[in-house]
Design a protein around this ligand. Structure first.
Ligand code: XIL
Length: 533
């Protein structure tokens, strides 16, 4: 048991003239000192899981609302605001609800029935509903044509692009009171911002009720606050309200550590400070800022210390940064903070390209973890080793992924690994140069060639399916004839994870979590070619 710091200024107090301050709760947080803590700091509550389709709609004719009802009662008894999360989503949803074998009209009926029953049950108790969650890709060629940016999902497949408006119409009909939100992650990415903007704009012009945009706000140390601000203003220009619905800031490089280092703690706090400074400035647009969880012990991404309270619910530096962002920025010399770039070592040697029998020379190689997730969903990850000789870089991926699928027509949606190599360690934005290339191979050993990659038979790969995943061995040719001991090259690796319908649901990276690696080398990590460490 831990003691609550009741002398701390409540977060909600610090922002009482600006917006609501929320948190996501699980049943664990409804008890004892955790609940005291919730009441101390927050005035808005989202159920972290307990109102999602899979948890309430357990069988076609069976709804289970007990946990959500308990939560809502406690929230109401204490004068707090309850948020509804979420109605239409491709995750945590029962398969039969949107099964691709349904006809379009059956699927529409399912969706309407789900929305109507759930919203009717909670009528009068929910301030705002996340009606539709996470339907856009993060990178979209022509985001003003927002339909072209919809991610592959069972709802899209079985209904078509109008599933989004069907959901909003059903929600408005089920209960005219609550505010209706579109909610997504990476809304600070320009493509996704524009797609969501154009969708909401069109809906409002056509009289389809949409009142708010939820920027989930699963940020990390590579997040660009300017992009966050641009998105808030862009959405605000539509006349909708904006909320940060699931805010956390992961320190991805701290994964595996006992705690944050002092420097990491300051960097994280500065990120929170920059964000809250923007939120305060945009208080006329922002209705609510909700943190995704209470503390680093119970956060869904607790291994990367994402919240302003530590494992014992004690305030971190990030708490102080949120309480007074301007002061924190002033006192902590914001400008010089740079995001750390990972440096790995590739060991000299020439392993065989054989996935059935892993060459013994790999034993000398350093292990890199490809386990920083780009989106909100955390699927397959990998242990990676690299080696080099004068002609090739070698990679050995051991991918953890129990469910394998390569049915998508899009190579990057299949269960696959990607290798990014920059022989000059070129780190310019939006520009591949000579020696920069992106290669991909799926678990069935089908290679595909991304930006800058030449298909001339020199990219050689072998794969093998093993219990709970697959192994990939590959060699990537050096094209610039300069590989020698001590050379530092730009490098990154990516794991694409498909679900059982073949849609990509998660992306893991070694270094570059901004996920523009296919066109931008600036966020990649580095590999030093060595003969020994
Ligand atoms: C997460 C919860 O925090 C986890 O406990 C659960 O296992 C998976 O879902 N986007 C959303 C949230 O909209 O519902 C997700 O919450 C995080 C990403």
């Amino acid at each position: 048991m831990f003691t609550i710091q009741t002398n701390l200024k409540p977060l909600k107090e610090a922002y009482k003239d600006c917006f609501l301050i929320g948190t996501a709760v699980s049943p664990l947080s409804l008890k004892d000192s955790r609940w005291e803590f919730v009441k101390h700091h927050f005035n808005a509550i989202t159920a972290e899981n307990d109102m999602k389709p899979a948890l309430v709609h357990v069988e076609p004719d069976k709804f289970v609302f007990d946990m959500a009802d308990t939560m809502i009662q406690m929230v109401r008894d204490n004068g707090m605001t309850m948020i509804g999360h979420t109605l239409v989503w491709h995750q945590q949803s029962p398969k039969w609800l949107s099964d691709p074998s349904l006809t379009r009209s059956q699927a529409i009926a399912n969706m309407q029935n789900h929305i109507t029953k759930v919203m009717t049950h909670f009528k009068g108790k929910i301030k705002a509903w996340d009606v539709v969650n996470e339907v856009f890709e993060s990178h979209i060629d022509n985001p003003s044509d927002w339909r072209s940016g919809l991610r592959n999902s069972p709802w899209l497949e079985v209904i078509g692009p109008d599933f989004v408006e069907i959901a909003f119409r059903a929600a408005a009909l089920a209960d005219p009171e609550p505010l209706l939100y579109y909610n997504d992650f990476n809304m600070d990415f320009p493509d996704k911002r524009e797609a969501a903007y154009h969708m909401a704009k069109e809906f409002r012009e056509r009289g389809i009720k949409i009142d708010g945009i939820g920027m989930q706000g699963h940020y990390n140390m590579a997040t660009k606050p300017q992009n966050v601000e641009d998105s808030i203003k862009r959405f605000g220009s539509l006349g909708v309200e904006v909320s940060l619905t699931e805010l956390d800031v992961t320190v991805n490089h701290a994964q595996g550590q006992e705690d944050l280092t002092e420097r990491q703690a300051i960097e994280q706090a500065l990120m929170y400070a920059k964000l809250f400074k923007i939120f305060r400035e945009q208080k006329d647009i922002i209705a609510r800022v909700t943190l995704w969880g209470l503390d680093d012990a119970t956060s869904w991404r607790g291994d990367r210390f994402p919240l302003p309270f530590d494992k014992n619910l004690q305030a971190k530096l990030s708490y102080s940064a949120i309480i007074d962002p301007e002061k924190f920025i002033e006192e902590n010399q914001l400008e010089d903070v740079t995001t750390e770039i990972r440096m790995g070592h590739a060991m000299y040697g020439t392993p065989a390209i054989n996935a059935d029998e892993i060459d013994k020379v790999w034993e000398r190689a350093e292990v890199l973890n490809v386990s920083q997730f780009v989106g909100a969903w955390e699927g397959a990850s990998a242990r990676l080793k690299t080696m080099w000789n004068e002609e090739y870089l070698f990679t050995l991926f051991e991918v953890k992924d129990p469910l394998l699928n390569a049915s998508s027509e899009l190579a990057h949606e299949q269960d696959s690994v990607e290798i990014f190599i920059s022989e000059t360690d070129n780190k310019t934005s939006n520009n591949y140069k000579e020696g920069d290339a992106q290669y991909r191979v799926n678990y069935e050993n089908v290679a595909s060639f991304g930006t800058g990659a030449i298909n001339d038979g020199k990219f050689v790969t072998a794969t093998k399916v093993v219990p709970n995943g697959y192994v990939v061995v590959a060699k990537i040719p050096f094209r610039m004839d300069q590989a020698k001991e001590g050379l530092i090259i730009g490098f990154d690796a990516q794991i694409n994870d498909a679900n059982d319908s073949g849609n990509r649901i998660s992306i893991a990276k070694w270094n570059d979590t901004f996920d523009m690696a296919f066109q931008d080398t600036s966020g990649w990590g580095r590999l030093k070619l060595v003969k020994q460490v």
